[in-house]
Ligand binder design. Sequence first.
Ligand SMILES: [Zn+2]
Length: 202
Amino acid sequence: MSSLLGSDDEEPQGKIVVPEDVQDAVRTLIRWAGDNPEREGLRDTPRRVARAWKEYCQGYGEDPAVHLSRVFREVGGYDEIVLLKDIPFQSHCEHHMAPIIGRAAIAYLPTDRVVGISKLARVLHAYARRLQVQERLTAEVAQCIWDHLQPQGVAVVIEASHACMTARGVRTPGVAMITSKVMGTFRSDPKSRQEVLDLMGY
Ligand SMILES: [Zn+2]
């Protein structure tokens, strides 16, 4: 692939071209942080950072509900909890653009349809790969499952550490934040809620 930008800016095949103004923004940030963006070790950093951010935020180009469009209706009368737990994920907080790293547990109580279990993780990732706050991420995942699988209940619990808190500010490594969103039966019936939280290990 040849480039009009000259050999220095030639993009290796398959990699997205990073516009000059985006690279400038990263250079400005490096300068602001106290380093020299022109020194050798930092020369390609603006492009790498820009591409990394496209990847961190690829959820913007994705409709999470797509993952719930293929359902299976032959559930053989199964009407108990379906749970996927310990799903690792990474997101970025919208206040500092710092990493949020954690695990999620997603459960639902089906009515007449189920999805392939990996799809629950895909819904999570589609929302996580955006700038987020943990509370909204939790609610969005639950709502998406509620709307598209129309189950009797949904429960989502997310446990994550926020680099904006562990690496800066009050600097408290090891601190995790837990958020939960329960809907339907899991909300209205305390026994049902206890059952799902027990299965999740909370
Ligand atoms: Zn933050």
